[in-house]
Design a protein around this ligand. Structure first.
Ligand code: ADP
Ligand code: ADP
Length: 229
């Protein structure tokens, strides 16, 4: 499983306004790292740079020690599975939503594909069947159910790196706890980055990076951060 490294990354959307001021951090292979910080700190910008929606003006971003600018955009995106805050589902069946982009989205085909990605449990726990139509002309899924479908869809690609971008921020507290449990389960053999604005949702991360105005304000385990206040 690959590591992710930001090495002195400088980035601004506009020439005269720097958002990330020489940001450096490392997400070791197989670890679970959380990035927290107030709104506007630059968390989503990190996700966008990692996905190569933009390239930094300075420094390097590396996956497994390789500068992502030297890799193709497609290969970078294939390595990273993202679960966003508000997952958009198609007005189609649950199976289609999970299997989107693959050949075949029948339950059998997805379960065959899922075996390698170890997501059968997740699929088993969906309250509705694969052929249930969802969205405007079908069943309205709850926020938590939508996130489960989105996580299953992401895992089906079996990405070595998972990026949860405020994946539970839109959920109520109880549903959030359920989805956090799911995220823990699926993170087991992957390098995982969780972006959040609340410390409580990422308490069990190996390392928490606290971002403030595009700079790393602090880093440590949850216990260490609490001890320091
Ligand atoms: P966070 O995810 O921590 O809330 P963002 O990374 O979204 O923060 O934003 C960091 C800063 O970059 C903010 O000041 C925001 O206004 C600015 N910003 C974000 N996206 C854009 C954009 N597309 N164009 C210009 N400025 C942007
Ligand atoms: P693909 O379908 O190309 O394999 P994904 O399903 O992993 O890609 O991602 C779907 C799309 O979600 C991306 O192509 C991009 O448009 C959008 N996206 C991913 N991450 C972010 C992000 N952090 N902020 C905004 N949009 C994002």
């Amino acid at each position: 499983r690959p590591s992710v490294t930001f090495d002195n990354v400088v980035f601004g959307y506009e020439p005269d306004r720097t958002i990330l001021h020489g940001l450096s951090f490392e997400v070791p292979a197989d670890s679970r790292v959380a990035i927290v910080g107030p709104s506007g700190a630059g968390k989503s910008t990190i996700a966008r740079l990692l996905f190569r929606f933009y390239d930094p003006q300075g420094g390097r971003i590396m996956i497994d020690g390789q500068d992502i600018r030297k890799a193709t955009q497609a290969s970078v995106r294939a390595a990273i599975g993202i679960v966003p805050q508000d997952s958009v589902l198609f007005n189609d069946t649950i199976g289609y939503n999970i299997g989107y982009g693959r050949e075949g989205s029948s339950q059998g085909e997805i379960e065959t594909a899922a075996r390698g990605a170890a997501i059968s449990d997740l699929i088993d726990r969906l309250p509705q069947g694969f052929d249930t139509e969802v969205g405007e002309r079908g069943l309205k899924l709850s926020g938590g159910e939508k996130q489960r479908v989105a996580i299953a869809r992401t895992l089906l690609k079996n990405p070595p790196i998972l990026l949860f971008d405020e994946a539970t921020s839109a959920l109520d507290t109880r549903t959030e706890q359920e989805i956090l449990g799911t995220m823990r389960d699926v993170a087991r053999d992957r390098t995982t980055i969780s972006i959040a604005h609340r410390l409580s949702t990422i308490a069990d991360s190996d390392v928490i990076l606290v971002l403030d105005q595009g700079r790393l304000a602090e880093q440590g385990s949850h216990a260490e951060l609490l001890r320091r206040g």
